[in-house]
Design a protein around this ligand. Structure first.
Ligand SMILES: Nc1ncnc2c1ncn2[C@@H]1O[C@H](COP(=O)(O)OP(=O)(O)OP(=O)(O)O)[C@@H](O)[C@H]1O
Ligand SMILES: N[C@@H](CCO)C(=O)O
Length: 293
């Protein structure tokens, strides 16, 4: 039996649409064992079938190596909520591919994993940090495999994660983002992406706040999250440096370098928004892990 653990991820980090992402200290754990037939436990019933993204990714990887599908017992224990902007789909894709390799005796490097997982997921900004840990800026040169730049994130930073009870599906959230931007908007974003990554590395919350002012997706997606304005106001007046939409939402993520502020804010958010789950997270530095049991 094998166990694979994959961290949740916050894609975009506000300013870096489809480009930046960061692994955080919230995890999905998957076990896999060869079996007579496919069984899937531990996840909602709607996912307990052959269309399960973990199994689809496993079969896809087997096909790439010319291997036939086989029976497998999959158990999923996850703290990563579905369709909330914390990369639940990426945890499934990464685990499925790693399991395919482990159960058939293949070896895959982290770089190969990023390439395979990006093909299934469609964009690298969740899968790359889920595999590599830390914050990652990724891009895919024409006709080549994705290139990933990994940035260490200051251990002083705390990411206050507010998870509303409603889902926002990535496919729907992508429809509201305009397909074209003005040159001035492209210029606006570019410098801030460099500022945000430097701020995360050095733990400079003033720089992170200055850089976190997205004009590509957040102005359009905030309308999909009814609590956006009220939660943002609570976070900023309570001392957070800044806040962004995590991935395609509905989760919101506030940043502070003060553990006491993080705790005070968590309590205030729980009082004002009892319908939301809250976590104080740090950056995960290790990425996906595998154990043979
Ligand atoms: N435990 C699970 N078992 C099977 N499939 C899952 C599981 N968790 C998530 N998924 C799949 O991932 C989909 C959600 O992916 P989606 O991209 O909409 O959101 P997300 O990955 O949680 O957030 P984001 O991509 O914005 O960070 C679900 O509809 C389902 O297909
Ligand atoms: N970059 C993606 C992340 C969500 O999967 C988006 O914002 O649509």
């Amino acid at each position: 039996m094998i166990r694979i653990s994959v961290p949740a991820t916050s894609a975009n980090l506000g300013i870096g649409y489809d480009t930046l992402g960061m692994a955080v200290s919230l995890y999905s754990h998957f076990t896999f064992e060869r079996a007579e037939k496919l069984t899937i436990t531990g996840c909602p019933e709607e996912f307990q079938n052959e269309d399960n993204l973990v199994y689809v990714s496993l079969v896809d990887a087997l096909a790439e190596w010319g291997e036939k599908p086989f029976g497998v017992a999959i158990d999923i224990q996850t703290d990563v909520p579905v369709a909330r902007g914390l990369g639940s789909s990426s945890t499934c894709v990464v685990a499925g591919i790693m399991a395919a390799a482990a159960l058939t005796g293949h070896t895959v490097t982290r770089e190969e994993l990023v390439a395979m997982a990006t093909r299934v997921e469609g964009h690298p900004d969740n899968v790359a940090p889920a595999i590599l840990g830390a914050a990652v800026c990724s891009f895919t040169p024409e006709g080549q495999l994705p290139r990933c730049l990994r940035y260490d994130v200051s251990s002083r930073l705390r990411f206050l994660t507010i998870i509303p009870p409603y889902e926002v599906h990535t496919a729907d959230a992508r429809k509201v983002v305009p397909q074209q931007v003005a040159l001035s908007t492209a210029v606006w974003q570019m410098g801030r992406i460099a500022g945000l990554t430097r701020g995360l590395e050095t733990g400079d919350t003033a720089l992170i706040a200055a850089a976190n002012d997205d004009r590509i997706q957040e102005p359009y997606r905030r309308a999909l999250i009814p609590d956006y304005d009220a939660i943002r106001e609570t976070c900023l007046e309570g001392g957070a440096a800044t806040m962004w939409i995590s991935g395609s939402g509905s989760t919101l993520m506030a940043v502070t370098d003060d553990t006491i502020v993080a705790k005070f804010l968590q309590v205030r958010l729980q009082e004002r928004f009892p319908q939301c789950a809250t976590h104080i997270l740090t950056c995960d530095t290790e990425g996906a892990q595998i154990e043979y049991l």
